[in-house]
Design a protein around this ligand. Structure first.
Ligand SMILES: CSC[C@H]1O[C@H](OP(=O)(O)O)[C@H](O)[C@@H]1O
Length: 312
């Protein structure tokens, strides 16, 4: 199953807000529909956003205002703007060249995720590995297989995976809803944990490596990723456990010198005080909802890309 693709003249994507209860494909015909899907995380995950940006330029038909709106749909993952730019530069060559460029971005993502899976599995030592993850970094965050969870899938395929400890990842529960769904489909052993249990289980020696994705990697290796990643990095360092970022080269942003320059998306307060319309806090409760945090490069053991291993 591909998370996002170009099918019969439209963008087709899995509506991830409905998982794990329903697997529904959306057919997207306009940039406004795609921007809405991006903003409500029907499509999400840095590599998937890169492909969405690329395919969105095909839908935009050269309209610069639509392209600008698409490029700015979510601020933190550099991949969205990167995907748009990769394709927009072909606009003067006509619609056929634009579509061909967008499909190249899609195909490159598929190849990159497979390469990261192999490189990441080769990097990790041990035959019965216990892996901790946050958010969702499987095929749902890309076109196929994904980044950090793509490494997990490769380890599982090689018979080297003992267990995945997946953080539920409040407030939108990408871990509870999406990562568990993907791990169950691949038959990988796993348990779901509360976000705040992550550092404790690291301290107890129950984890051999932490594998996370990335939304933007600054030039000095500081990495923005789902909120909660920084806490895991602190816990991993204290426990002497490798903290490994898995991301395609397109996530590295040489134009952003360091982590403090990365724009962190602040999402609606109502995502914190309720879930799917069920309130968990009293009426009128205010909330802070940063969707990402930044892990300083000195807490990162390695960055695995589709082309290399980087030691920040
Ligand atoms: C494979 S990187 C996916 C990356 O994107 C997620 O954020 P969101 O679900 O808000 O798009 C999270 O940061 C993951 O690490």
């Amino acid at each position: 199953m591909r998370t996002i693709d170009w099918v019969d003249g439209a963008v087709e994507l899995v509506d991830q807000t409905l998982l794990p209860d329903k697997c529904v494909m959306l057919r997207i015909h306009t940039v406004d529909q795609l921007v809405d899907a991006i903003r409500r995380l029907a499509v999400r995950g840095a590599p998937a956003l890169g492909v969405a940006g690329a395919l969105g330029v095909v839908l935009a038909g050269g309209d610069p205002e639509l392209i600008a709106r698409l490029r700015a749909a979510r601020p933190t993952a550099v991949n969205l703007a990167w995907g748009v730019d990769q394709v927009a530069e072909h606009l003067p060559e006509g619609p056929g060249a634009v579509l061909a460029a967008a499909l190249r971005v899609r195909d490159a993502d598929i190849a990159a995720c497979r390469a990261m899976g192999e490189r990441g599995a080769d990097l990790l030592a041990g035959d019965r590995l216990r892996i901790m993850t946050v958010c969702n970094t499987g095929g749902l965050a890309a076109v196929e297989r994904g980044t950090a969870l793509g490494v997990v899938q490769t380890l599982h395929e090689r018979g080297r995976l003992a267990e995945v400890l997946a953080l539920e990842t409040r407030p939108l529960l990408q871990g509870a809803r999406l990562t568990t769904w993907e791990l169950a489909r691949m038959g990988a052993p796993h348990r779901l944990i509360a976000d705040s249990a992550g550092p404790y289980l690291l301290a107890k020696g129950e984890v051999d490596a932490v594998l996370v994705g990335a939304d933007r990697i600054a030039a000095n290796g500081d990495t923005a990723n789902k909120i909660g990643s920084y806490a895991l990095a602190l816990g991993a360092e204290r426990a002497g456990v490798p903290f490994v970022v898995v991301a395609p080269e397109s996530t590295i942003d040489q134009n952003t010198p360091s982590g403090e320059h990365i724009a962190i998306e602040d999402r609606d307060e109502d995502e914190i005080v309720a879930f799917r319309g069920v309130r968990v806090a009293p009426e009128g409760t205010r909330a802070a909802n940063p969707a990402f945090d930044v892990t300083p490069h000195d807490l990162i053991t390695a960055i695995v890309t589709d082309q290399r291993i980087i030691r920040p």
